[in-house]
Design a protein around this ligand. Structure first.
Ligand code: WQD
Length: 335
């Protein structure tokens, strides 16, 4: 049985991937510094799966504490989620973002090298495609031109991992470029629960529907899209989590660095998401049209054919499923 170290395993995508790993016969070792998560998610992973696993509350910048994870466990592969991810905050605090996301990853890579761990799945983002490419985004397009330090850390980390694969022929890396993950585990026990006022669309809509926030601001209705609002490729977090298992299995038969988009290949507008959420929840979602948000692009969706072809993976859940599960989760959180 393979043992997978999951960094950031208490976070939104990390916790769902831990469940998927345990349900697919992997052992896991989980670490998280709880910068944007809590012990509740770690406990929920055990409740959902009925399985126990070692957990380390540890910061990747604390190299000594981090090394203990490697000395105390025999790690076969790493899935690396741990990072700061708030786009707006990254503009205000670039040093924090570069230190956390880059130094944290470099510490991980040094430890992987020292303990001869050769397989890595990395959380990248569709944000690496920047604003110059045209949709659908394909893995072989040039990347860069990001408009914020968060996105730039993803571009830089991809480059670092490519370079390491050139130098170390035993390294096997999957760079997974996520589109817009939403939804929650159907149990309602894990999901996206941001601190403070949400930045992202789905948690904001969910809180408006639940009566926690009064009104959604729709950032722009004058884009060149069918209804004028921004179009994104929303993907159910459980589909995304399953993609990690497929990528991990694929690493056994590839060498070097492979890139995969994880998206549905289909875009939905802000207003389509609002209406889908109203159907799923039976609640009205109040909204007003507001100016465009700095740094946003009109349309973003994946060409998801490479993951289908090479990983035998494709997204199964619909936008209605995603809204149903996000709504179910927020009902659980409110209790
Ligand atoms: C989606 C659409 C907004 C909020 C970001 C990061 C990306 C990834 C996911 C994460 C856009 C509109 C939003 C609101 C709105 N990173 N919107 N009102 O910007 O596509 O992607 O999150 O860790 O790297 O860039 O996602 O959910 O913020 O926005 O109208 O209150 O909803 O303009 O069209 P985005 P999002």
């Amino acid at each position: 049985m393979q043992t997978i170290l999951v960094t950031g395993g208490a976070g939104f995508i990390g916790s769902h991937t831990c469940v998927e790993l345990l349900e697919n016969g992997f052992s896991i070792v989980v670490m998280d510094n709880f910068a944007n998560s809590s012990m509740d998610a770690v406990k929920a992973i055990s409740t959902i799966t009925g399985k126990q696993f070692p957990f380390y509350q540890c910061d990747m910048l604390d190299k000594d504490a981090f090394e203990k994870v490697f000395t105390e466990n025999k790690i076969d592969a790493v899935i690396h989620f741990a990072a700061l991810k708030a786009v707006g905050e990254s503009v205000q605090k670039p040093l924090e973002y570069y230190t956390n996301n880059l130094t944290g990853t470099l510490n991980l890579l040094q430890l992987m090298h020292k303990y001869s761990v050769k397989k890595l799945v990395f959380s990248s983002s569709a944000t690496v495609y920047g604003s110059k490419n045209t949709v659908p985004f394909k893995e072989d397009m040039p990347i860069g031109g990001t408009t914020n330090p968060y996105g730039t850390t993803k571009v830089m980390t991809e480059q670092i991992l490519q370079d390491i694969c050139v130098a170390d022929k035993e390294m096997k890396v999957a760079l997974l470029r996520y589109f817009n993950p939403i939804g929650a585990h159907p149990s309602g026990l894990i999901g996206e629960n941001p601190n403070g006022i949400p930045n992202n669309l789905m948690p904001y809509i969910a809180q408006v529907a639940a009566g926690v926030l009064p009104c959604l601001s729709v950032y722009g209705d004058d884009y060149d899209t069918p209804d004028g609002t921004g179009v994104r490729d929303y993907i159910h977090v459980c589909d995304l989590a399953r993609g990690h298992i497929c990528a991990l299995k694929k690493l056994d038969s590839v060498s070097g660095c492979e890139i995969y988009n994880l998206g549905t290949g289909h875009g939905s507008s802000v207003l389509e998401v609002v209406h889908a959420f109203e159907r799923a929840s039976g609640k009205k979602v109040n909204y007003q049209i507001a100016p465009r948000r700095a740094g946003d692009i009109a349309t973003c969706y994946a060409d998801a054919s490479k993951a289908k072809r090479e990983l035998d993976w494709e997204a199964k859940y619909t936008l209605d499923d995603m809204c149903r599960d996000s709504w179910n989760f927020i009902q659980h959180v409110k209790k």
